[in-house]
Design a protein around this ligand. Structure first.
Ligand code: SF4
Ligand code: SF4
Length: 433
């Protein structure tokens, strides 16, 4: 089968400190759960319970407020013992309900009653997806019901793209979920396609995982919708929307077909749609890759939303020595973690602790004009020039092409001077200090 890859730039990113993708381990249930009211892109959800209230597993505890916001649910049964407020390292305000676990679980360990979705209308399905607070399960965490409705407005033809593209080893958790919950991902794709009115499903799968793609396709054949497999490259950032869309448009031409608009979702979000519609279950847990050079026993963990990161690292044997960098996401485009009481949220995909400084965290010298950053930029930008302009002209000289930067971090990874290129360029483009 032909392999479709984006035309220029990118890097092959390997990391020996990621956990094995072979299997997952279920984390201990947390005694205290911290459930933030912002786990998504838009406005905070508004709490529907107060300190002192008893909550059930899966109960609505935060009501989404308008565009971009999503409902929040309790992930364990118990009592709300505190409401806490803090500012994220990026300066955004957030608050959370702290639940002390007590009482019986209604879903965990119980035989789940399954509901048929075949007779439900697209609108019914979208309502369920919205009620259960399903978001895209990675940053920025847009609500899936809104992503779907955005297309319903005018799309003549629509393809649901299932993004099984593993161009970064820190996507290990998504891969493990795909393997362990293959049926849920395939059925969740069929449900989402129906909810969105999509004409077809496209499994975009990294060529190294061709077998996984074939299994997904075989599983999807039982649903009444055309489905096909597109093998894509493994070079980072193939998974980025821009680079993925580029190759799918090439595929479209080559196959002499018309895909129309593309609704791109990852496997974790589709499995969550499956659980919401078939089992009337909100997002209670998440697969997370935990690793890095400072973690004793890296593994893929299935943890309840609200579990604090210190418990997640403890589950992996704790640290070896003192980490210099703790972050979530990926070393390529991660977000620093400054407080280990921070909890797992719907968009947490990986957390890691390193013995060395995080990317861009320790500049060793000035730019030596080696040109490496230009060579790897998939957009064809000149990161050296944009970085220098951001330092010299501040925000007043016009942003030029900086607005095209999608923050993949390739330039920063290859820079021998360890300059914080991508962070500086993005701040520059946004007009931030
Ligand atoms: S890779 Fe770093 S040192 Fe080389 S040209 Fe780009 S900014 Fe300068
Ligand atoms: S300039 Fe932006 S798009 Fe180009 S490599 Fe750097 S982070 Fe990626």
């Amino acid at each position: 089968m032909k392999i479709y890859s984006f035309p220029r730039g990118g890097i092959h990113f390997e990391d020996s400190t990621v956990p094995s993708r072979d299997t997952s381990v279920t984390a201990f249930l947390p005694g205290l759960s911290v459930i933030p009211m912002i786990q998504h892109s838009g406005k905070r959800a508004s709490p529907t319970v107060s300190v002192g209230d008893q909550v059930r597993e899966g109960m609505l505890i935060g009501q989404g407020q308008g565009p971009g916001s999503a409902n929040i649910h309790a992930t364990v049964p118990g009592r709300v013992v505190r409401q806490v407020f803090w500012k994220t390292p990026e300066g955004h305000a957030n608050d959370a309900l702290v639940i002390r676990m007590e009482g019986a679980f209604e879903k965990l360990g119980k035989r789940e009653e399954s509901f048929s979705w075949k007779g439900l209308s697209s609108q019914d399905l979208r309502n369920i997806i919205s009620d259960y607070g399903i978001v895209e399960m990675e940053m920025p965490g847009r609500p899936v019901s809104e992503m779907i409705s955005g297309f319903k407005a005018g799309a003549e033809s629509l393809a649901l793209v299932v993004r099984c593209v593993f161009d970064d080893p820190w996507l290990a958790a998504d891969y493990t979920l795909c393997r362990e919950r293959l049926g849920a991902v395939a059925e969740g794709s069929a449900i989402t396609a129906k909810a969105a009115g999509a004409n077809r499903i496209l499994f975009a799968v990294s060529h190294r995982e061709q077998n996984l793609g074939a299994k997904l396709l075989a599983e999807a054949e039982q649903w009444d919708l055309p489905a096909s497999l597109v093998l894509v490259g493994s070079r980072y950032p193939q998974r980025n929307r821009r680079e993925l869309e580029l190759v799918l448009r090439v595929y479209e031409k080559k196959e002499n077909t018309s895909l129309g608009d593309l609704l791109i979702l990852n496997p974790a979000a589709l499995a969550a749609v499956h659980d919401a519609v078939k089992f009337q279950k909100p997002i209670l847990d998440r697969y997370i890759a935990v690793g890095g050079s400072a973690v004793k026993a890296p593994q893929v963990i299935k943890a309840r939303i609200g579990t604090r990161l210190k418990e997640i690292f403890a589950e992996c044997g704790g640290f070896v020595g003192t980490p210099k960098c703790i972050a979530s996401g990926s070393p390529l485009h991660g977000r620093m973690v400054t407080d280990l009481d921070e909890p797992v949220i719907k968009t947490t995909t990986a957390v890691f602790a390193l013995h060395n400084a995080c990317l861009g965290g320790k500049q060793s010298r000035g730019c030596i004009s080696c040109g490496e950053c230009r060579f790897v930029c998939p957009v064809g930008l000149d990161p050296e020039e944009l970085y220098k302009r951001s330092l010299i002209t501040g925000k007043k000289g016009g942003i030029g092409r900086a607005g095209e930067c999608h923050g993949c971090g390739c330039c920063e990874v290859v820079c021998p001077s360890r300059l914080p290129l991508s962070t500086a360029i993005i701040h520059y483009a946004r007009g931030e200090d």
